[in-house]
Ligand binder design. Sequence first.
Ligand code: SF4
Ligand code: FE
Length: 486
Amino acid sequence: MAIKTKNEYLKSLEGRNLKIYMFGERVDDPMNHPIIRPSINSVAMTYELANKPDFEDVMTATSHLTGERINRYTHIHQSTEDLINKVKMLRALGQTTCSCFQRCVGMDAMNAIYSSTYEIDTAEGTDYHKRFVEYVKHAQKEDLTIDGAMTDPKGDRRLRPGDQPDPDMFVHVVKETKEGIVVRGAKAHQTGCINSHEILVMPTLAMRQEDKDYAVSFAVPVEAEGLVYIYGRQSMDMRKMDESDSGKIDQGNACFGGQEILLVFDDVFVPWEKVFMCGEYQHSGMLVERFAGYHRQSYGGCKVGVGDVLIGAAALIADYNGTQKASHIKDKIIEMIHLNETLYACGIACSSQGEKTASGNYLVNLLLANVCKQNVTRFPYEISRLLQDIAGGIMVTLPSAKDLKNPEVGPYIEKYLKGVSSVPTENRIRLLRFIENMCLGCGATCYLTESMHGAGSPQAQRIMMSRMLDMGARKEMVKRLAGIKE
Ligand code: SF4
Ligand code: FE
């Protein structure tokens, strides 16, 4: 079935024996763990929306490999329209979940590996692309969620992979046999990997000849022997452990969330048919650059969708507080809109200026994708600051919802935390908790820190911008206009 339903996705996660650790203990039932479940709900939304007729254009596509209708998450972009629809899909999902829905990294990895393997084969006479096409067909047919794994722990940042005192600071091949390879190392910040079906690994840097063993790309199932998942904590995550009605009020966005994991490869075997790069160090930089470009484009969609919800939260809390007519409040909301739509404009621009690669799929305009992500490292912080300004200090001094329900002090909270008289105090409290979550809690992990470091930290985009801009041509422009002859 090329487009799975939400329930089929949820069923596919059942009964898997994964080595997951959280708070020093093994997690046996991730599906029903209160910290993990909201992140599963977010990925499930990528299946649910794909089955809604209203979202058909943005959430689904026609496979160029099989001709079948597929979830856009498994699609290889065939046009700039596909790239634009991808951004729209991410905005819609951001609006629906107000979280990180995790599945985009794998889609971006697939598109980057698709064109890179084609070019590696052309240059080196290898046959990775054919293998990868088979892998994509399988992912499309089964509507798989794929974890794209790029970021290595990196150890001493001054040293290249092969020069590290501990050789495992970057994922590398430790053994090669007739059947396949054995890999060791770790990938950090793995978004949604235990909610996925497959892990698709890429190198994290351009490599030198000495780092040949580190120039490796491959796929393994999430259940592969030797994979260990160590769950990343998020700000205020313990609130998720209280699943009572009042506990859910205090969570703010109780239904949805992100997931970040330290993923260890403790000598994992990979059969040759799932190896997509092995030693072609000269091409590692191209793969990294393309993946980063796609994922920097992604942020011009997903964070914009979250921003839409936050703009709604700002306007609603102003209504509840009775400040909606104040001119400075209106102006702050306009500023939030301006910043958010600027991010969207960047996401659409780098998509519409995308170009066909030698393999036939479409790649975003890399300069504009980097500009997009650079803005994402800044604007969400300002949007969050404006939201906190409009919400007021009460968002961090509220008593717990358990006190609201307490017969003795609850009436005081009802009375003294009321804003405009037509709005029930509980609604105001629910909204303030939502805003707190998005500005300071688990939601801020996704909206703020992830905006800073996800898809590469700010400096990575600045390096790309300086490399991609033709400065010589610009110097010539000014010389011509100023009549300078050298
Ligand atoms: Fe998708 Fe955005 Fe999460 Fe990346 S940060 S996986 S683009 S939702
Ligand atoms: Fe991310």
